[in-house]
Design a protein around this ligand. Structure first.
Ligand SMILES: Cc1cc2nc3c(=O)[nH]c(=O)nc-3n(C[C@H](O)[C@H](O)[C@H](O)COP(=O)(O)O)c2cc1C
Length: 359
């Protein structure tokens, strides 16, 4: 019998991805052009994380800002080349970044198809991305409250609305838009209900702006069954990150990918991030040291808008760069709640086929 997907493409305004899967942005350096380009080539939406993206550019130790801008341009161009005209290529830009506005402008100039922005409320995003440039914008929200506030403010200040919404649930990796208490009792949370409520709150803006606002659900999506469940709730697509780490094309070192493959469910934990939000990561020497006290910051890499290097528990830039390069004990290995189920390396092509095909 022939394999078929039965999934509809993801249409964002005049742009369409044949496969309704966004590969979530993963910083620092975990999703750059190689991964994002491979996902787009398979018809999905490949997302490059701009957080300290230039960490291996020459001159990074002395001028992070310039290296990051140069790398944003370079990786968008490379990912588009790899995509060979398929899918879409975009960036994830965290609101908490010190050079947020510069990253957005650089991504627009470099021709990003989409910009997804979370780790804070991206209130200024429409003002930085002219509608005529064609780059589509989406906030990441984890509650109806955040979704309603962003849509109201974008309408009020810019007479614009979101081109799509990413709803990120409590099982995601990286920074999480929930309190630690909510996350510790996540089984009590009815997040499906929250998803339905967010979907109903965007309807007012779809009517007002006469356009569809597609919704993409993220966090803990592991297989086709999870994708079908998200779609049954009213989603138009999904965003998946952790599953893309154990692929040949993922931009992290092999040691990082091996740590994912070897991780057991009980080794995944919550950690406080200097960003001021909880995060989910693999337990290792870093997380155990931070649980006992601080790791003094020797050098500031100017990553966050709000950070006091004398007070934060550790330097998040150093921890994430150490990890992506392969020091998975002293670095911070962000991961989603279902990472313990990942058992082997694969390729983006195989993973996209596995996620989409039904018999
Ligand atoms: C290693 C890693 C790094 C991440 N970095 C970012 C980031 O820089 N910005 C962001 O908005 N989300 C980040 N995320 C969240 C993902 O984009 C995604 O929404 C989430 O992990 C989805 O859940 P899943 O990993 O269970 O599929 C990260 C996730 C992981 C696993």
């Amino acid at each position: 019998m022939e394999k078929q997907s039965g999934l509809k493409g993801l249409q964002i305004g005049e742009r369409t991805a044949a496969v309704p899967i966004i590969q979530g942005g993963m910083g620092v350096g975990v999703s750059r052009s190689r991964l994002a380009g491979a996902v787009a080539k398979e018809g999905g939406i490949g997302i490059i994380s701009t957080a300290q993206i230039g960490y291996d550019e020459e001159g990074f130790e002395s001028d992070q800002a310039a290296c990051n801008l140069r790398a944003i341009r370079k990786h968008i161009r490379k990912a588009k080349e790899l995509a060979q005209g398929n899918g879409l290529v975009g960036v994830n830009i965290m609101v908490a970044l010190k050079h947020y506005k510069e990253h957005v402008r650089e991504a627009v100039e470099a021709g990003a198809d989409v910009i997804i922005s979370g780790a804070g409320l991206p209130m200024d995003l429409p003002g930085l991305v002219p509608e005529e440039c064609g780059t589509k914008i989406a906030p990441i929200v984890s509650s109806k409250r955040a979704a309603a506030l962003i849509l109201k403010m974008w309408d009020h200040h810019y007479q614009r609305t979101a081109d799509f919404l990413v709803i990120e649930g409590p099982e995601a990796g990286g920074h999480l838009g929930f309190s630690r208490e909510q996350l510790e009792h996540r089984e009590e949370m009815d997040f499906d209900r929250e998803i339905r409520e967010i979907i109903s709150c965007k309807k007012e803006y779809e009517e007002k702006f006469s356009k569809k606002i597609p919704v993409v659900v993220a966090g803990g999506i592991f297989d086709r069954k999870d994708i079908d469940h998200a779609i049954s709730l009213g989603a138009d697509g999904v965003q998946i990150a952790s599953r893309f780490v154990a692929t040949e094309e993922c931009d992290a070192s092999q040691l990082y990918k091996d740590a994912y493959i070897q991780a057991k469910e009980e080794e995944i934990q919550l950690i406080q991030s200097p960003v001021g939000m909880p995060g989910r990561a693999l337990r290792n020497h870093l997380t155990e040291t931070v649980a006992e006290g601080r790791i003094p910051v020797k050098k500031c890499y100017n990553c966050l808008e709000k950070c006091n290097p004398a007070k934060v528990p550790y330097c998040i830039t150093k921890a994430l760069i150490d990890a992506v390069k392969g020091d998975v004990e002293n670095g911070l290995v962000f991961c989603g709640a279902n990472t313990g189920r990942i058992r082997e390396m694969t390729t983006v092509k195989e993973l996209m086929a596995e996620l989409t095909e039904t018999w």
